[in-house]
Write a protein that binds this ligand. Sequence first.
Ligand code: CTP
Length: 408
Amino acid sequence: MVQGKRILLGVTGGIAAYKSAELVRRLRERGADVQVVMTAAAREFVSALVFQALSGRTVRTDLWDSAAEGAMGHIELARWAELVLVAPATADFLARLAGGRADDLLATLCLATTAPIAVAPAMNRHMWANPATVANVERLRQRDVHILGPGEGEQACGEVGEGRMLEPDELADRLLDLLPGSGPLRGRQVLITAGPTRERIDPVRFISNRSSGKMGFAVAQAAREAGADVVLVSGPVALATPPGVRRVDVESAEAMLAEVQREVEQADIFISTAAVADYRPARPAEQKIKKHSERLQLDMERTVDVLASVAARSHRPFVVGFAAETESVEQNARAKLLKKNLDMIAANEVGHTKGFDCEDNHLIVLWRAARRDLGSGPKLQLARELVRLIAESYEASAGANARGKAQA
Ligand code: CTP
């Protein structure tokens, strides 16, 4: 979780410096406090005013600026940082860092800080592949500097290859792994199901639903951001695994149940976002079904309710369900909360243009006598709020359980 974390962002002189403005926004959105330090070369590419406006802090550029040093000296600045990220990091900066130089403010800060240092290299692919750079990067790695990227693709110089700075979103996500030991779910194991399931009709056909998995993946990312160890059991989706999350892919409801049963023993919290099929063909055909007749009837049987089976365990985690409803959203969701014996349920309206397979959602969270309308918004934003509520409620219930045991 980067929320409340003090991040010192060093910007060096590469064309990717413009992307770092976006990076400041991404970090601020996640609640981080960002102090930007620019090298002289960086200011040739982007004005310090841009970073000042986005970070809300005066940008530091010069080791010899007596006014700025008077406010917070470079050693204080080095102490202030909980993490130093240099993005973009040019070949020249990597060489200076590897050489232990202190010839400008940023290099001096990197020498003086005890915080973890990460660099996001960005340069022409030949410069990146040059043995001098390779050796510098190796020296930095040996000194536990985190090397984030670079990525591959089209470069500003017109060439294609390895050397692009990672995208701001990915960089912001990757920082989470470098800031261990924080977040309300630190040390907790969270098991999440996501996506649709596919139920086999014959070797080439299946029954499924419109779930994209986006909500579940957003919840997995948010739980990881909150410091949890996350296992994500996912049906077939076209989504990248959030950084730091362990993902297990399954197809059918039966396979999802088997994986959940394997993982649930270790889980402190179970969050069931998957749109699990309620019915499956009772006898899937061994061979492709031929169109011999005018009508075809499928005999369907019920699948096991994964969520209810977890909630029914004697030794159970804190259990959170989702309710996908097309009408009487809250009423139906509360009925599911009680019927499935859940600790919490997040209700959303689906169908037509809502909920399924789209970017935004609207969630109402219900638990015992309480209710919280999280409103509408991007799924990741809602997921972060939901995870905050889950963490609070989990802590309260863990506390209550401990008190119960002590009294018994
Ligand atoms: N769920 C599950 N296994 C199933 C069916 C549902 O784990 N076989 C979980 C979902 O992940 C969700 C919750 O149960 O967290 C509610 O799912 P939903 O589809 O809204 O309701 P159902 O229980 O399937 O009931 P109905 O279809 O009658 O609304």
